[in-house]
Design a protein around this ligand. Sequence first.
Ligand code: DOR
Ligand code: ZN
Length: 428
Amino acid sequence: MKQADILLVNVEIEDVVSNVVIRDNVIESIGEKSADAKEVIDCRKLWVFPGVIDPHVHMRDLAQSYKEDWESGSAAAIRGGVTTVFDMPNNVPPIINTENLELKRKAARKGKLNYLLYLGATNSNRDELRRILDGEPDDIAGIKVFLAASSTNEIMDNVKELRRIFELGKEYNRIITVHTELQKFIAPRYKYPLKIENHNTIRDRKAAITGLEICLTLARNIGNKLYIAHVSTVEELEMIRKEKAIGQNIYCEISPHHLLLDETICPQMGNFAKVNPPLRTKDDNAALWEAISDYTVDTIGSDHAPHHLKEKKCAYSSALSGFPGLETTVPLLATCVNKGKLSKGRMVDLLSRKAAYIFGLNKMNGLKEGNAANLTIIDPAGTDTISGMKNLSKAKYTPFEGRKTKGQVVYTIVKGELFKCEERRKKV
Ligand code: DOR
Ligand code: ZN
């Protein structure tokens, strides 16, 4: 028999120490069996997790490849232990029709990652979406709806059409994913002084809460599978909790920055902290933690949204929202595990298993024989200080600048290919 690709020894999976044999992009065996392999890694004292799935990424590329492209984005993901991404459609050109979807598919193939792509809904592209979905594509994560402007995206503000998009999602059994901030609650608030310290007032929490209310009602009436992107407030969590309690098919994503940062960093970080939804308050951070504990939160998505430095280092009103996140999610969350704020099992749920379940990625649901060979291997004792300059993303900044982390990605295995991340880190 030909050599295996990778042999992991001393892997602790649910309290049992095993060997893991990887061959031809498949986890061939987990157990006592060993094999002659091209690469052998001793995983004693390491955490071996199913590959991290980041369900919320903006890879850019196409006309915005100066911000990021699938090659730089893949390098960033791999350094961050991310093996699979779901890419958002607010590109230039936007992924709202077949032609642009084909451009995106071509770009995504340049990367090294597993991926699913989102289709963007607008007030007028329902027939286009139907044509695409008629082809039963297997590389589509779902339909993304933006209820407000945020960087470059088309706003859906026609309520009748929104209902029809939800109906389309139901008809084709596709997830509807929503950025719930509602435009009409944002525009009037531009009366406040335009500075980053007011971002959380200008994009008032009421915008997200009201948009969520509309979507929950639609999903309840139509019977949708609904995925709420980057939930950031106490109120939204409470609404989602109630909705889950009555058995609705709804899922809740949060982002590391809404969990671990709050608006008080704005004076120091300036527009590097500008993101939509905005950084909220410490009470909201606490509510997010509680919602992790009681399983209201399903997934963590980085909302990796790289912009050029020039697009951040400018006046508040013209600065673009968002920042890179692919390289920081895992070390940040591993640090929380090390501090006892989160269990390892819960970290794996939030960063991998639950997304695989929700989006039907059956070959990615945990470390199992026969599953695809996507793994994230972490040295829990590894320490680092987050620095945007070390990013492999084209965006060399981060709102977590200077934060100390304990728990570093040392190997990322994507589709059976081994990447040694520590070496990469040293090279930068
Ligand atoms: O801050 C954000 N940036 N929020 C979004 O919803 C979009 C994203 C982007 O694409 O830049
Ligand atoms: Zn986003």
